[in-house]
Design a protein around this ligand. Structure first.
Ligand SMILES: [Zn+2]
Length: 308
């Protein structure tokens, strides 16, 4: 199911979304069926997953292997004044012995950015919804043996609460992850490109951050509003559409699963039945969609027009 590294963007669900004068493009790093449901969602029972099978397969779950489908992508927001990159995936050449799917990869990510008209030099701001390895990878790239900022003219906006949590967490015995702090975050500080910001920062007219803590303490969503339409880039507030049907299922990656579940349910309640386009960080193509109520839970209805 893994697309070849050279797969053209057009085959990967690329499409531009427009909100008045603001556009959003989705730029893929990779998409694949990778997790058994009960691994990523410890509360998931076989019976519950089976009950959702009718709408999960094949887009959201590989019928042959039973694995859930995940996408890893960046969103590019362009306003009349600024080009903003949201979440920077896993990155190339990164040593990730603990996570083979991110380890020493060579994705044509910068080529795919170029295909939607974005060069590294014309990115003004980089937003990481949170500081996990799959959201910071392209913050840097390897040049002559050194990790250098991929976007040399950008300000990298790290939510202060998030940075302060991980700065300490990385030092503890609990932290057994890969060295992404060293190769994807600290080089940005060393280059003087990091700004520590509040979780409700306004980035431009019609673009602002919204606090959505739980998955991590300083997790944020990015709200876009223009031309009478709204979108929310919701990061890892939910990893998979199963969590609309089962809002209590937090992922094994959540720092505070109970808080994550509360934030998710409040988010689903807030946007259910509205026209707001929800754009999560890991939903496979076409990625964007709307939330509707369905019994005691919710459903995610993909924006099928987005599948080009
Ligand atoms: Zn993630």
């Amino acid at each position: 199911m893994t697309p070849p590294d050279s797969a053209p963007t057009a085959a990967l669900g690329s499409r531009q979304f427009r909100f008045g004068a603001i556009t959003i493009d989705r730029v893929l790093e990779f998409q694949d069926a990778i997790f058994p449901p009960a691994v990523v969602f410890p509360q998931a029972t076989r019976a519950a997953v089976e009950s959702h099978r009718g709408w999960l397969e094949p887009r959201l779950r590989d019928p042959a292997r039973g694995l859930l489908m995940f996408s890893f992508h960046t969103f590019v927001i362009r306003t009349p004044r600024r080009t903003i990159v949201v979440d920077t995936c896993g990155g190339n050449d990164k040593p990730r012995p603990g996570k083979p799917r991110y380890h020493q990869r060579h994705w044509p990510y910068l080529e795919r950015l170029a295909a939607v008209g974005v060069t590294a030099e014309n990115v003004d701001a980089v937003v990481c919804t949170h500081l996990h390895a799959d959201h910071v990878g392209w913050n840097t790239r390897l040049v002559e043996g050194r990790w250098v900022p991929t976007f040399p003219r950008a300000r990298y906006l790290f939510v202060r609460r998030e940075w302060e949590f991980w700065r300490e967490e990385y030092k503890t015995e609990r932290f057994t992850g890969d060295p992404y702090h060293e190769d994807s975050i600290l080089p940005i500080l060393d280059a003087g490109l990091a700004d520590f910001v509040e979780s409700d920062l306004r980035l431009d007219d019609g673009v602002w951050l919204e606090p959505t803590p739980g998955h991590t303490p300083g997790h944020v969503a990015v709200h876009v509003s223009g031309g009478g339409r709204d979108a929310v880039l919701s990061g890892d507030l939910m990893h998979h559409a199963l969590q609309c049907a089962e809002p209590e299922w937090s992922s094994c990656f959540c720092v505070d699963p109970a808080h994550s579940a509360r934030t998710r349910r409040a988010f689903l309640e807030r946007y259910a039945g509205t026209d707001t386009l929800i754009m999560p960080a890991h939903f496979p193509a076409p990625t964007a969609g709307h939330i509707v109520r369905d019994g005691h839970g919710f459903r995610f209805l993909f924006d099928e027009a987005a599948h080009s």
